[in-house]
Design a binder for this molecule. Structure first.
Ligand code: ADP
Ligand code: NI
Length: 214
């Protein structure tokens, strides 16, 4: 198993070379470490957790014309090549398929603990100081506005309102980042999310204060 994890790390590093800095190898490494940390507090299959964490963004549809199947094909081919067991392959692919925040309306009703763990790890890396940094990096990458003062940001914006807001980076906090704390699955995930959530609230307070030159 050690070899399989090491080979996966090499594979992912190579695949993600040149990726946007919020979805690069270092994001994967943080999610992998966070997953292991959360896994310590749960009864789970650690190999499935680690492999899913390492492969979960191997071909993000955002960067592949919206195609959601590439990640699954790439992961299956890799794991089969590595002679991973069918059981592990099916479990890992199931997690990669169901981890995304965007697809949460179609989330399985009783997700396996391994999915809950990796999902929490991925969400924790989307909030706090790292979450803020990743979000502004992505906004810059897309050449989005940081903030549009003519639009009052609020939680649970409709798709329509979000469109009108030009997809500003600050609006992404209300569309996603501030919702994540209450979507955590595990106790450990909730604990880590709490501190990072409060850090974002402070950041937003300070951001508006400085924007408005108060
Ligand atoms: P998921 O894969 O869980 O559906 P995404 O890949 O869409 O989530 O988002 C991952 C991270 O990318 C976000 O947490 C954020 O940092 C950044 N991101 C995604 N969409 C935007 C956006 N419209 N503006 C700014 N950052 C974004
Ligand atoms: Ni991710």
């Amino acid at each position: 198993m050690k070899n399989l994890i090491e080979n996966t790390i090499e594979f992912v590093k190579e695949k993600l070379e040149g990726a946007e800095a919020g979805h690069d190898w270092f994001h994967i490494e943080r999610v992998w470490k966070l997953s292991k940390k959360i896994a310590e507090t749960e009864d789970c299959n650690l190999a499935v957790v680690e492999l899913s964490a390492l492969l979960h963004d191997i071909a993000d549809p955002k960067f592949h014309n919206g195609d959601e199947s590439i990640a699954l094909t790439v992961s299956r081919d890799f794991l089969e090549n590595q002679n991973a067991s069918d059981d592990i392959i099916e479990k890992v692919l199931y997690i990669i398929k169901n981890i995304s925040f965007k697809n949460r309306e179609n989330a399985p009703e009783n997700p396996p603990i391994e999915l809950q763990i990796v999902q929490d790890a991925d969400r924790v890396d989307a909030i706090g100081a790292i979450g803020i940094a990743r979000t502004f990096n992505f906004g810059g990458y897309k050449n989005n506005l940081m903030y549009d003062p003519s639009i009052e940001p609020k939680l649970n914006m409709s798709k329509e309102e979000y469109k009108k807001s030009n997809g500003t980076t600050i609006n992404h906090f209300y569309e996603k980042l501030l919702l994540l704390k209450d979507l955590m699955n595990t106790q450990e995930g909730k604990k880590i999310a709490e501190e990072r959530h409060n850090y974002m609230l402070n950041f937003l307070d300070q951001f508006y204060k400085e924007w408005n030159v108060e």
